[in-house]
Ligand binder design. Structure first.
Ligand code: AMP
Length: 321
């Protein structure tokens, strides 16, 4: 079959017009939000969307609102033409419709001159000086944020305090622009998936949120756009994350259900491979609150640094053990 590159839409009004015209033809819309540099994990979400909806929008947008100025926004990898080829190859039939939404800047409201005069060129947030994300740093004047107040605080929220505020806000913006029926999120970013589900429930978005299993490399490493920054040797050592998670799950299945012991085992494997731990937590799947003993559905979540790369991974334990 001949592959066709997806249509690219860059303007948010054009995106909304496209979605509304699809809807007026009775078609359902699936949305897959991404930051690009697509890998098989992203593509599995796209495939799922194609089965669940008539047309699929893949957004490719590196969201400055979820990066603090000290994080890796400027080095985040990208390969837009490669992304388009990968998406072209995903279509299994000519009836598959994929559109790429690739906006330039979703926080720029074309009021730069007016704002400059008003704030004398000061920072964002109505001229306030506090720089917490790259949006404020850019002085773009955006000041409305969506917060999922409890779920945003633990796990990744501890070391990345503005991250989930940025994620919830950009996903809300994408929902308002694309107006999808269903949106796909990877369980690789477990806290993000749970937080978006909670936001959609709490704010009555009429959108179904689907969580997709983690796609892994053959050796177990969770796929991530950031893996490209690992040296060969760091990548090898980073396997300690997925290996220790699998070991912990096997131990729990054999009756070792005390969370302290399981966490200590994971920490010792990762530190033994010269990884720097951000956190290892065993939490309830819904509330993301820590548990001491595995009795029901939990997820073990890990964030660790190898070199300059921060990796996250997790494993669910679904049945009482
Ligand atoms: P990102 O481009 O990293 O923001 O990811 C876009 C979406 O793809 C998010 O919903 C991620 O959770 C999901 N995703 C990223 N990596 C994986 C993976 N290895 N397996 C499944 N989903 C993933």
């Amino acid at each position: 079959m001949e592959t066709r590159e997806p249509e690219v839409i860059r303007d948010k009004e054009a995106m909304r017009r496209w979605s509304r015209s699809m809807r007026s033809q009775g078609k359902t819309i699936g949305l897959v939000p991404t930051m690009g540099f697509l890998h098989d994990g992203h593509l599995s979400l796209v495939r799922q969307s194609l089965t669940l909806s008539d047309v699929t929008v893949v957004s490719i947008y590196v969201n400055p609102g979820q990066f603090s100025p000290t994080e890796d926004l400027s080095t985040y990898p990208s390969d837009f033409s490669g992304d388009l080829s990968k998406l072209a190859a995903v279509s299994s039939s000519n009836s598959d419709v994929i559109v790429v939404f690739n906006p330039r800047n979703l926080y720029d409201y074309n009021d730069g001159e007016r704002r400059k005069k008003k704030t004398n060129g000061g920072g964002g947030g109505g001229g306030g000086k506090v720089v917490v994300s790259c949006v404020e740093e850019g002085g773009l004047g955006h000041e409305t944020w969506v917060r999922v107040e409890r779920l945003e605080k633990g796990l990744c929220g501890k070391s990345r305090p503005v991250f989930f505020r940025g994620v919830a806000t950009i996903v809300t913006k994408l929902f308002n622009i694309v107006e999808p029926d269903v949106a796909m999120f990877g369980k690789k970013d477990y806290q993000q998936w749970r937080l978006i589900k909670r936001m959609v429930r709490d704010l009555d978005f009429g959108i179904e949120i689907v969580g997709s299993d983690i796609a892994r490399e053959k050796d177990g490493l969770a796929m991530s756009s950031r893996n490209v920054h690992l040296s060969g040797e760091e990548r090898q050592r980073a396997l300690s994350i997925s290996k220790s998670l699998a070991m912990a799950k096997a131990s729990a299945a054999q009756g070792k259900t005390g969370c302290k012991e399981l966490k200590d085992m994971i920490i010792s494997e990762i530190v033994g491979a010269a990884g720097r731990i951000d956190y290892v937590e065993i939490v309830d799947q819904e509330t993301l609150e820590g548990v001491e003993e595995i009795k029901s559905g939990i997820v073990i979540c890990v964030a660790a640094w190898f070199g300059t790369v921060r990796l996250i991974d997790n494993i669910e334990i679904n049945v009482a053990v």
